[in-house]
Every structure is written in C-alpha cells, then in structure tokens.
Ligand binder design. Structure first.
Ligand SMILES: *[C@@H]1O[C@H](CO)[C@@H](O)[C@H](O)[C@H]1NC(C)=O
Ligand SMILES: *[C@@H]1O[C@H](CO)[C@@H](O)[C@H](O)[C@H]1NC(C)=O
Ligand SMILES: *[C@@H]1O[C@H](CO)[C@@H](O)[C@H](O)[C@H]1NC(C)=O
Ligand SMILES: *[C@@H]1O[C@H](CO)[C@@H](O)[C@H](O)[C@H]1NC(C)=O
Length: 390
C-alpha cells in the first residue's frame, strides 16, 4: 500500500486544485453510458481494424482525468471509470454490485495518495467493448470511498505487482488485472495498451482513445521509440522509465539518467523539486501557486519568451513547446485559478532528485505524445502525434 500511496497525484490535484475544480467535478452528473461516449464508441468499433486490438473512446473529464465507459455485470451497466496505469485494482462504487456478482469473501482496501476505497471483492463480467467481455474479473465494490468525485471508480491497468496487500484476509494474493484476464481469455493476443490522449476543448471531452491489445497506427506520426521499464526502486513498481535528460531552452534541467513513472492517472508533469527550481528560475517572474491551484504562475511578460521543454527518453526527444507547457486561460476557473493569470503544467514533485522516483510523466505529456504500455516486452513507447506541435 505504501507503494501506491506515492501516486495518484491527479486525485491530489483534484482537491489541491481548490474548491472550484473539486466542486465542478462533484456537480458533473455522469449517467452510466453517457450518449456522447456511446456514439464515439460505436463509431470506433465500426472502424476497428482486422487485428484483435480493440479501440474504445476515453473522456477527458474536468481537464484533470481520463475516464472510459466500462460495463459491469450481465446485462452490463456502464460506469465511468478512471483509466489508471498507476494502479491495478478495478473497482466501482458505491453499492454497484450486480446480479451476476459472485462474492469472493475478501475485503478490499486500496489507498491512493489522498484517496482510498474499501469494500468487498467480487468476481463479475467486465465489458470493455462489444465482443470484448472479460469474465470472472475480480473487482471491488466500494462501500466507502473518498476523493473520486464525479467518477464511478477505477479501471486499473497497472502491473499486477500492485495488487498484493489489497485483499483481506488473503493479504498476499495477487489479483489478475483486466489486462491479465483479457490475455488469458484470448481477447487480446498481447498485453499492450495504446493511449491516445488529446488536449480538451470542453469540460467533458470524449477526445481520446485507448487500444487494448495493441497500438493503432492511425493515432501517431512516424515511429514509436521504446524504452525499457527500469527496475529502479521505488519507481520500479510502476510503469517506470528512465529519462536520460531534459532541457528548457539551452538550460539543463535533468542532468542525466533518472527513473520515474509514466502515469495516465496523474494530470500534470512533475519533476523533482530541484529540477523544477531550475525551470522556474529560467522563467523571469515565475512563481509557484501553492495556495489555490498547485500550478506554476508565469507572468504575461514572460509568456512570449517561453522556450521548449525537451525530454530525452529512449534515444528520442520529446518537445513540449511553450503552448504545451501552458494551461489554456479559459480553464483557469476550473482549476481554482484567477482569471487573467497564466498557469503552467510542469510542477514540482514534492521531493528532490536522487530518490529513484524523480518525475511523473502525466496526462499533459500524453496529450502531446502517443503512449504505449507494453507489458509483454516490459517497455514503454512514445510517438509524435497531430497534437505534438501546437
Ligand atoms: C482503508 O484504508 C484507509 C486509508 O488507509 C483507512 O482510512 C480505512 O480505515 C481503511 N478501511 C478499511 C475497511 O480497512
Ligand atoms: C476466477 O478468478 C479467480 C481469481 O481472480 C480464480 O481464483 C478462479 O480460479 C477463477 N475461476 C475460473 C473459473 O477461471
Ligand atoms: C535509471 O535511473 C536511476 C536513477 O534514478 C539510475 O540509478 C539507473 O542507473 C538508471 N538506469 C539506466 C539504465 O540508466
Ligand atoms: C521548439 O520545438 C519546435 C517543435 O519541435 C521546433 O519547431 C522549434 O524550432 C523549437 N524551438 C526552438 C527555439 O528550438
């Protein structure tokens, strides 16, 4: 559990982002199977290729989270679940168990930074898409949960290694994830998740897609550059990679090879505090707003002279140009920010470098680059997309 508690900064952000963002999320009514998501789902299923990979839509919700509409039980009831590569339990809550739920006799409790859920573990059917129905999936039915306003639960697509310690009394049990079961049941032929996120234009924007069991070459440009997952602890428990360097303009921000994680459940891009200080000090007048938003504030006078922020990963360079570093000002209020200020997406991790967990590559990076989580080959890949250059 200590393993998981370092992450889910997105959920921290939801609350740390101040009352506006949190309230806005709470206000949002998420009907099971929202019509937009359903239409997008139908369209994508029609365009599914001949491979056994399945692509489904995902929604960028409140600018801070990605959800997918996932069916539970038979007949399926659809719920909006956070798609999280940083955790591995799947749960819905509260009291969402279905007629087809089979109790396992286990209690379940997962802690995510500020959030947690606890309840009972069931076996049930999980529908990812029509014709992609995982049977006998172990899922939690949350009796109690906190800090997941506006969503019905989580679909955990992280490594199975996170699951021991979440059940009681079988504290040492591993819980096969949806990806493990999909492979085992022949629904996918390789444990690969392709993630195509995009900057949101509205508060609930079904602008993204997930590919289970492969990658969708129509969603990226050029080649995917892969980097192996590293064994560096504690990042080694996550979808972790080494970044071999990073620069802001001509300034070195990350001075060598360091381990961190790639996490679809984290909103921002976090770098170790000492590296963040270098970045902030390179932008005249920039400061950190710990009060309202947890975001960097960049004076208007410095916006025009912002430079590229470039990560080096797996021998390739990933450029976040100035626009990719900035929160669109029409989203300030949703983040609890002040109108007219310019906020940014690169933030401090909360600890200095050298801890083996020195950055989080979150959604704001993946909105610019296609990401591939390849369990079979123990690697993560990135590629350029139509959203890379703004
Ligand atoms: C689940 O974990 C949370 C956070 O650690 C704790 O507050 C809560 O009491 C736990 N619930 C159960 C039923 O163990
Ligand atoms: C269903 O899954 C559980 C664990 O998740 C496993 O113990 C059990 O053997 C599975 N049953 C079948 C029929 O596959
Ligand atoms: C990855 O980074 C860690 C430090 O976080 C370092 O100890 C390790 O050697 C690096 N691995 C590679 C392959 O560069
Ligand atoms: C910033 O990156 C973009 C996209 O890669 C590139 O076209 C541009 O030349 C870069 N700007 C500078 C100053 O390096």
């Amino acid at each position: 559990m200590a393993v998981i508690s370092l992450r889910t900064l997105a959920l921290v952000v939801l609350t740390a982002a101040g009352s506006s963002a949190a309230n806005a999320v709470t206000k949002l009514v998420l009907d099971p199977g929202a019509p937009d998501a359903d239409r997008a789902r139908a369209k994508l299923q029609k365009s599914r290729g001949s491979s056994d990979a399945t692509t489904i839509p995902a929604t960028n919700l409140a600018y801070v989270q990605y959800t997918a509409s996932i069916g539970v039980g038979s007949p399926a009831t659809y719920y909006n679940l956070i798609v999280d590569t940083g955790s591995s339990n799947t749960f819905v809550g509260t009291g969402k168990k279905t007629k087809t739920s089979i109790p396992t006799g286990q209690e379940v409790n997962v802690t995510y930074g500020t959030g947690y859920f606890s309840g009972y573990e069931y076996l049930d059917q999980v529908t990812i898409a029509s014709g992609f129905v995982i049977t006998n999936q172990s899922i939690g039915d949350a009796l109690e949960y906190a800090d997941f306003e506006g969503v019905d639960g989580i679909i955990g697509v992280g490594p199975i290694d996170f699951t021991p310690g979440t059940l009681y009394p079988d504290v040492n049990a591993e819980i096969p994830t949806v990806m493990n079961n999909a492979l085992e049941q022949g629904l996918i032929s390789t444990e690969v998740l392709g993630v195509s996120f995009a900057p949101a234009d509205s508060y609930s924007d079904t602008n993204s897609v997930l590919t289970f069991g492969g990658i969708d070459s129509s969603l990226y440009i050029g080649d995917i550059a892969y980097t192996p997952v590293t064994a560096t602890e504690p990042a080694g428990y996550y979808w972790d990679v080494n970044v071999t360097g990073a620069t802001y303009g001509a300034t070195t921000v990350i001075p060598g090879s360091y381990a961190g994680i790639v996490d679809t459940g984290t909103t921002l891009i976090y770098i170790a505090d000492n590296w963040y200080s270098t970045y902030q000090a390179s932008i005249p007048g920039a400061h950190y707003d710990s009060e309202d938003t947890g975001l960097i504030v960049i004076p208007e006078s410095s916006v025009a002279s912002l430079k590229n922020f470039t990560f080096q990963i797996g021998g390739a360079e990933y450029v976040l140009d100035p626009t990719a570093q900035l929160l669109p000002q029409d989203q300030n209020t949703a983040w609890g920010g002040k109108p007219g200020l310019q906020y940014g997406y690169i933030g401090p991790l909360g600890s200095n470098s050298g801890e083996g967990f020195d950055f989080i590559i979150g959604q704001k990076f993946m909105e610019r680059f296609y990401a591939v989580f390849d369990t079979a080959n123990e690697r993560v890949g990135f590629a350029y997309t139509a959203h890379t250059v703004t």
